[in-house]
Design a protein around this ligand. Structure first.
Ligand SMILES: Nc1ncnc2c1ncn2[C@@H]1O[C@H](COP(=O)(O)OP(=O)(O)OP(=O)(O)O)[C@@H](O)[C@H]1O
Length: 320
């Protein structure tokens, strides 16, 4: 996989304060995305959080109720959007058209000359391991291979930005690797990548930045190192030959392995835990883990506990 990144601080595409309602449902509320050159940003959130709606608005296929989108610091135009490769949630390929013809056709639609589009298509099909299927129609391909074609369609006109709605869903591990490499190669050349995914291990592997959306609002946003630095590191403990300690570790155990030997703890008093496990069995692992993107996500979407009710007659400093 590619290593050198040219991620810079230069904002390429900026969405600010997007809002959108469908009837009474407020699908987006003040959503902003700052996409920088060469950045690979994961866009994560539960089902219905607002990822697809945001991407559709950025691509101009859905109108927002409020907010703005700029490209290189000026309002985005239809021509600018031709510089953005978009993989929509509802994949949009012509089922009967041959793969090579289709990719080249999309290149021409994006403004390329025919011979350039054909040359770029041949190169991409090679990169995405699809050359041997070039003359097949899309409908004869497996879903995973159709998705590779969809990526080729996004990449053919050499876009500056990629907006990909769940590009990895349904792919086998080999296809995931092929697609990951294609995206990281582009990012290394300065292309900005935003993709949504529920596969947080992939987001962890590929992204340098993450935006977390919940209920139409951005609830966390930043570079992966910054987000990790803000998160409390979980304590991983492995203890052999011990009784089940779940009861003793109630409230702090976030994960327990099926065999009851591995515990992932949050908010624990490490000295108390150390003393408990040493008395209970043979301690073989006791160390703080790096928080993962999955930890950051779970923590971010956790509902905030309501403040305990104040006993009657008690007032705070403001007298309320
Ligand atoms: N055209 C529409 N009409 C009515 N409601 C819609 C429409 N499009 C989206 N919604 C609603 O807006 C909210 C956000 O949907 P959106 O598809 O953006 O979520 P998402 O984060 O992409 O979800 P998923 O992970 O399931 O793809 C959801 O409650 C959805 O039902």
């Amino acid at each position: 996989m590619s290593t050198t990144r040219v991620s810079t601080n230069e904002t390429v595409l900026l969405a600010e304060g997007l809002s959108k309602s469908f009837g009474d449902l407020r699908a987006l509320d003040d959503v902003s995305l700052d996409l920088k050159a060469g950045q690979v940003r994961g866009f994560i959130g539960a089902n219905g959080a607002g990822k697809t709606t945001t991407m559709r608005i950025v691509m101009g296929v859905l109108a927002s109720d409020g907010g703005s989108i700029s490209f290189h610091r000026r309002p985005i135009t239809p021509d600018d959007r031709r510089r953005v490769g978009y993989m929509p949630e509802e994949r949009g390929l012509y089922p009967k058209m041959k793969i090579a013809d289709q990719v080249a056709f999309f290149g021409e639609l994006a403004g390329m000359g025919r011979s350039d589009a054909k040359a770029a298509t041949a190169e991409l099909l090679e990169q995405l391991d699809l050359s041997h299927r070039a003359k097949d129609s899309v409908q004869d391909l497996s879903l995973g291979n159709q998705q590779r074609v969809q990526l080729a369609v996004c990449l053919v006109a050499d876009p500056e930005v990629l907006i990909l709605d769940e590009p990895f869903s349904g792919l086998d591990p080999i296809a995931v690797d092929v697609m990951s490499k294609a995206l990281l190669d582009r990012a290394a050349r300065g292309v900005t990548v935003l993709f949504s995914s529920h596969q947080l291990d992939l987001v962890e592997r590929l992204c340098d930045s993450v935006t977390i959306i919940s209920g139409g609002r951005v609830i966390a946003d930043g570079t992966v190192p910054d987000l990790k630095a803000r998160e409390e590191a979980p304590l991983r403990v492995r203890v052999e030959d011990a009784p089940d300690l779940t009861g003793e570790l109630q409230g702090v155990a976030r994960e327990v392995s099926n065999d009851g030997k591995d515990y992932l703890l949050k908010g624990a008093d490490d000295r108390a835990v150390l003393s408990l496990v040493q008395q209970s069995g043979h301690l073989t692992h006791f160390a703080y883990d790096q928080p993962s993107i999955a930890d950051i996500f779970r923590e971010a979407i956790k509902p905030v506990a309501p403040e305990p009710a104040r006993p009657a007659g008690e007032h705070d400093e403001t007298g309320r």
